[in-house]
Design a protein around this ligand. Structure first.
Ligand SMILES: Nc1ncnc2c1ncn2[C@@H]1O[C@H](COP(=O)(O)OP(=O)(O)OP(=O)(O)O)[C@@H](O)[C@H]1O
Ligand SMILES: [Mg+2]
Length: 369
């Protein structure tokens, strides 16, 4: 099997893979994990769940939470991976499907890079195998000329493969996965051979709720998956917590200032997003219209990170209402006609009246004008 060596190995990269970014936590977990591990798993299911949800290890090592949400969801996801059924993470945009899938693969197999990105143009070769034409012409068909897909490598090595945005892949290409998931084999008819999966192999797919209907999963394929739905954060506190953690992590990797006084702005962005998403103010008194955008947690994270960059480079390093206002406007007003009306109405009826929100109101008025 060819080994892919990242060209960047040894140098600093913008976004390290989960298994590198959290290598110390994973190593501490592995050292202190005495529970049984399924074949070729780097950690026991219990330790994988602890890696995702966070906790303190017996020796005092702190494991940071990666996923903030119901424990049961993570437990079901992890235990599915220890069975012969694959895992489908389903949810609205920005509910951490990709994030959870990456961390699961990193914790279970120590490698989150066996990834197929699903698009309308994903060919069968991306899931099965391709050919190196120079080798093919020089030496004829043989295993040397075969270019294995990430799924094929995961099967041969007993690892976790990932398929992103499964429902964007054309239906006939999706169905390539049926044999892989039910027979655990990938035939190579050109060579009269096959690759059989070894223990440890499993697959995590993600799919977006909003895309339902683009290329629905066939029922044959759906039966091969256990579906876990990732919910939106249940409370404003949980969402503020998620945004604060992620902005802090992203900010550190970009050398942005830390967030000591910025949490007020985070709370405001999260409140605005939640109210517009729910169509109701947080006190439950006023109905508001929802704009067309998704206003997900992921977008709140980008708005705050963008604000932090503004304040670092063009402000005084402290996150202020003026730094997030433009980002909020950009996230809310996706379609200039209707969304702008929705936003103006929300601004005048809700934001304007709220105690302590004067600066934010003025900053929003300024960018909306
Ligand atoms: N419950 C959560 N716990 C931790 N992080 C979260 C949570 N919800 C969202 N995030 C953060 O949101 C960001 C975006 O998540 P991600 O890209 O995984 O979303 P997604 O569900 O794959 O969205 P899409 O459908 O657009 O692909 C990540 O940085 C992730 O950390
Ligand atoms: Mg995703």
């Amino acid at each position: 099997m060819p080994v892919c060596v990242a060209e960047t190995s040894g140098t600093e990269v913008l976004r390290p893979h989960a298994e590198h970014a959290f290598a110390a936590e994973l190593a501490a977990l592995a050292a202190q994990d005495d529970r049984p591990r399924p074949d070729r798993w780097k950690l026991s299911p219990w330790a994988v769940a602890t890696y995702l949800l966070g906790g303190t290890l017996p020796d005092g090592t702190l494991v940071t939470p990666k996923y903030v949400g119901p424990r049961r969801i993570v437990e079901v996801a992890v235990s599915t991976l220890a069975t012969d059924r694959a895992l489908l993470l389903l949810g609205l945009p920005g509910t951490a499907k990709t994030w959870v899938s990456e961390h699961l693969a990193a914790a279970v197999s120590g490698d989150s890079t066996l990834l197929v990105q699903g698009t309308a143009g994903t060919p069968e070769e991306a899931i099965r195998y391709g050919w190196n034409y120079a080798q093919l012409l020089a030496h004829g068909p043989g295993r040397d000329a075969l270019v294995p897909s990430p799924v094929m490598r995961a099967m041969a090595e007993g690892m976790t493969a990932r398929v992103e945005e499964l429902t964007r892949i054309p239906a006939d290409v999706q169905d390539t996965l049926i044999t892989v998931l039910s027979e655990k084999t990938l035939p190579i008819p050109e060579l009269g051979q096959e690759v059989q999966a070894v223990p440890g192999f499993n697959l995590i797919a993600t799919a977006n709720d909003r895309d339902r209907g683009v290329n629905d999963l066939s029922s044959a394929l759906r039966r091969r998956f256990n579906t876990v739905v990732l919910p939106l954060p249940e409370s404003a506190e949980a969402e503020v917590d998620i945004v604060t953690r992620r902005v802090d992590q992203i900010g550190r990797s970009l050398d942005l200032p830390s967030l000591p006084d910025g949490t007020e702005e985070i709370r405001r962005v999260v409140t605005v997003f939640r109210e517009l998403r729910d169509g109701l103010t947080s006190d439950g008194r006023t109905k508001v219209k929802s704009p067309s955008g998704t206003l997900s947690t992921a977008e709140a994270i980008s708005v705050v990170t963008g604000g932090l960059a503004l304040s670092a480079h063009f402000g005084d390093g402290v996150l202020r209402p003026g730094d997030v206002a433009a980002g909020v406007l950009g996230a809310v007003v996706r379609d200039p006609g209707n969304d702008r009306v929705v936003w103006q109405e929300y601004l005048e009826t809700v934001v304007r009246e709220r105690d302590g929100w004067g600066d934010f109101y003025r900053a929003c008025r300024e960018v909306s004008a």
